[in-house]
Design a binder for this molecule. Structure first.
Ligand code: PMV
Length: 311
């Protein structure tokens, strides 16, 4: 008799923010992404043996039974991950704790699918297997995702990503802080990607150079981080934002947030992720707390990301 599948008691995964290279990454250029450390913690405990696994994440309003007949997208994605990882389908309750906003382009779905895979496979399971399990769930949410979110959610740190190639971890020699500001405006990654495709197909001679410039920005950003030239990195953020706006993926709310962040002293600010709504990413001066409190005073809810030097 084979033992029934079991779950680890606890697993974690990171959220993510795209530093530079969103949208151009879809066309084969590199992107640079940073993890939002320990963004989601899942805990599992045995539940009624005859009931489907139950998933509860109050911060994201998730309270679903992973019933094989369900058409709830979170449950279907979770079932894909459990199926890929040979996890149990009955007899467990999974509870999630997180400070990451959902549906804001901060990698919440990848954090969920990675943490679920780790509950099944173990927190220290092989990264490639965890990423593949996560992608099985991510396809339910996003159709054909580039895969960057799952890589960052599993690996953490700072990653250079090119579609279809091995990800490259960028070692950090100095601490690096970012501040993310959610706009509160929902957005659809698929719609934003489709908008860029339509503009590209109508004006290829104009849009290609924009994508070239966004792609070139990525390795310049990595060099700026490696040499700890944060003024240079901030300037690159300020170049990236209008380039992205020319692809039609900004909005008045994101433009205003970027202006507000610069007025509050940020070295640079740009939209991050698919755009339309979602979040902006700011590069603070040396004291990120000062930028956060200035933004809070204006009624925003900044999220601070502190990346530590690689050991
Ligand atoms: O879903 P978001 O907001 O993290 O945006 C994804 C980044 C894109 O480059 C726009 C799309 C992709 O698949 O890489």
């Amino acid at each position: 008799m084979t033992a029934s599948p079991t779950l680890s008691p606890r697993a974690t995964a990171c959220g993510k923010v795209i530093v530079t290279g969103e949208h151009s990454v879809v066309y084969g250029y590199p992107a640079l992404a940073a993890a939002i450390p320990s963004s989601l913690e899942l805990t599992a405990e045995p539940g009624p043996a005859d009931q489907p696994v139950h998933l509860r994440i109050p911060a994201w309003d998730i309270d679903v039974a992973l019933d094989p007949d369900t058409d709830h997208p979170v449950a279907r994605a979770a079932l894909e991950v459990l199926g890929f990882s040979d996890g149990p389908l009955r007899g467990w309750t999974i509870q999630g704790q997180t400070t990451l906003p959902s549906r804001a382009g901060l990698g919440s779905s990848a954090a969920l699918t990675v943490a679920l895979a780790r509950l099944c496979l173990g927190q220290d399971a092989d990264l490639a297997t965890v990423v593949d399990a996560s992608l099985a769930g991510e396809r339910v949410f996003h159709g054909q995702p580039s895969g960057i979110d799952s890589e960052v959610a599993a690996r953490g740190g700072l990653l250079r990503y090119v579609k279809g190639a091995e990800v490259e971890a960028i070692p950090l020699r100095h601490p690096l802080s970012f501040v993310v500001v959610p706009s509160g405006k929902p957005r659809s990654t698929a719609d934003q990607v489709a908008k860029v495709r339509a503009r590209h197909d109508r004006f290829p001679m104009i849009i290609r150079p924009v994508l070239d410039a966004l792609g070139a920005l990525v390795d310049r950003s990595i060099s700026a981080i490696e040499s700890n030239d944060l003024d240079h990195l901030g300037e690159l953020f300020n170049i990236a934002h209008p380039l992205l706006a020319s692809l039609d993926v900004s909005s008045w709310i994101l433009d205003e947030l970027c202006d507000a962040a610069r007025n509050c002293g940020a070295r640079g600010a740009k939209l991050t992720g698919a755009g339309g709504g979602g979040c902006i990413l700011c590069l603070p001066q040396d004291d990120p707390a000062a930028l956060c409190s200035a933004l809070q005073d204006r009624g925003h809810a900044p999220v601070r990301i502190d990346l530590e030097p690689s050991s």
